[in-house]
Design a binder for this molecule. Sequence first.
Ligand SMILES: NC(=O)C1=CN([C@@H]2O[C@H](COP(=O)(O)OP(=O)(O)OC[C@H]3O[C@@H](n4cnc5c(N)ncnc54)[C@H](O)[C@@H]3O)[C@@H](O)[C@H]2O)[C@@H](O)CC1
Ligand SMILES: Nc1ncnc2c1ncn2[C@@H]1O[C@H](COP(=O)(O)OP(=O)(O)O)[C@@H](O)[C@H]1O
Ligand SMILES: [K+]
Length: 558
Amino acid sequence: MRRGYTAADVRAAERPLLDRGLGETLMARAAYALAQVCLRELREHAGGAYGRRAVVLAGPGNNGGDARIAAGHLARAGVGVELVDALALDAADAPALGRRLADAELVVDGVFGTGARPGLPAALASAVAHWREARGQREPGRNTPAADVPAGHRRGPEGTARRRGPRPGTQRVIAVDIPSGVDGTDGTTRSDAADGLPEYIAADVTVTFAEEKAGLLLPPGRVAAGRVEVADIGVEIDTAPDVLSLEPADLAGVWPTPAQTAHKYSRGVLGLLAGSAEYPGAAILTATAALSTGVGMLRVLTAEPARTAVLQACPETVPGEGRVQAWALGPGAPEPERMQAIMHQIAADAAGSTAQDGSARPGSRVPPAVLDAAALDLLDGPLAFPAVLTPHAGELSRLLGRLGEPAAREEIEAAPVRYARRAAELTAAVVLLKGAVTLVAVPSGPVFAQSAGTPWLATAGSGDVLTGIIGAALAAGFLEGASHEDLPRMAELAAAAAEIHGLSAWHHHPDGGSPRRGRELRQGPQLGHEAGHRRPGPVRARDLAWAVRDTLSGLLGA
Ligand SMILES: NC(=O)C1=CN([C@@H]2O[C@H](COP(=O)(O)OP(=O)(O)OC[C@H]3O[C@@H](n4cnc5c(N)ncnc54)[C@H](O)[C@@H]3O)[C@@H](O)[C@H]2O)[C@@H](O)CC1
Ligand SMILES: Nc1ncnc2c1ncn2[C@@H]1O[C@H](COP(=O)(O)OP(=O)(O)O)[C@@H](O)[C@H]1O
Ligand SMILES: [K+]
């Protein structure tokens, strides 16, 4: 499990040590750890440290202090270091600095640290844009690992005429504590007014101190940070983390598995209302995913012709009504009246209003629900039963509008954690906001951030698969029903489902390579781009729904 802390909590933990006069000691430890990582990266990616060129960008605070001391260590190891006072940069010098940045084997970003706010000062942003341009990159992005560079680019003369400096894949960018331009607590950045590109210094590796900062786990900071290494500098944080990320190795401990004596009803029954005459496929995808996840029984309540389509694709499915332990409602535009009726019934059961003797049964445990797609469009206030909502940014924008706090899709994409949390408060539900990094928020408590997937997952039907996985997990995880007190556990299951969904895109390897199993799978890809993992190819939602089974078998050690 990765844990991310707010800047305020990190500061508070450092305070007693600073009060005891240990500031310089801490900085010396941080700088030493940073220099060690820089030297190792140079050895691994540039063939050595001696004689290699480094540009160290140093800011005005302690982050700059760490970078300056590390620059001394690097120089003593024979690295040719140029130390740049990043805030004293003149706009006229930005193009030249951009070229020197492009030419260096190592760039150390010590501009802003725990105190960082989104964005970069104008002259520095301009230098970073020139650097990007000289490297032939359109967007901020770490240098493509050598293994991922297409063979044609790797051989022969050094790239195109526009490409300068070290071979692609040999330049390493190391962020000190946090990539500058990214907010350490919420991971947000600012976009350049002229070209619309986000203003941050994308790193290959971030060396962070004491504990991970929340912004390193949240989008887009998580993408900007590359691989994160935590250096122990003797600072202990004893407050609760603000952001959590489940890793593949955590999933076996989180995921509900059947007891030895289980039978199909005690494994959990999922009720599915998905699909319509227009979109029968969505019901097939959600049903296939739920069955691949190992649900005890799947009941499908959808009307014809989607019902026959599901029964033909998934012969295990049981048509019609009956008792269920969880609900999955909404993919493929099923009948709104039917969804409303089911939600009203769960809410009534949760309120206890259906007690036979007329007595109030407040807080009754009821089957929890995952509400997706069309079901989200029926919501306009706090939910009276425990639910997981699974919007993408566009759906969340519509939902927030109905809840009286409109936000455009772009606003949500720029500050996803803020809107996911707000939606969870307003709906009294778990809100899983889909994206390259999927966030899972509860009305109060830490947010989960999961990023096992690949951009190939962004394909129609992929969300329907996620709904099926979540539904099956809720059915198995809440055999006795759930109440609002269970929202944190529901969020944990939804986060685990998002991780399994993402890993399944890697697992299903379209080139026919052997599926990734066991230990290899549990280690998982880190944002996909780490060396050692092949890139997956196109994902078909149907294959993804099938692949979930192999993913789970690998993760659970079957
Ligand atoms: N405080 C400690 O105990 C330790 C801190 N360490 C380092 O200290 C760093 C924190 O140092 P500081 O608190 O001095 O803060 P920073 O170095 O992060 O920030 C310095 C200044 O830059 C300004 N700034 C931030 N974002 C800006 C932006 N986008 N545009 C313009 N100005 C901006 C801030 O207002 C602040 O005044 C950590 O990240 C870490 O690298 C380490 O030396 C280890 C010990
Ligand atoms: N760039 C990306 N990287 C990784 N995963 C992504 C990316 N973009 C989207 N996804 C994932 O793909 C899925 C798309 O779901 P959704 O938009 O609901 O599709 P649909 O409704 O067509 O099924 C989500 O799980 C989302 O997190
Ligand atoms: K930094």
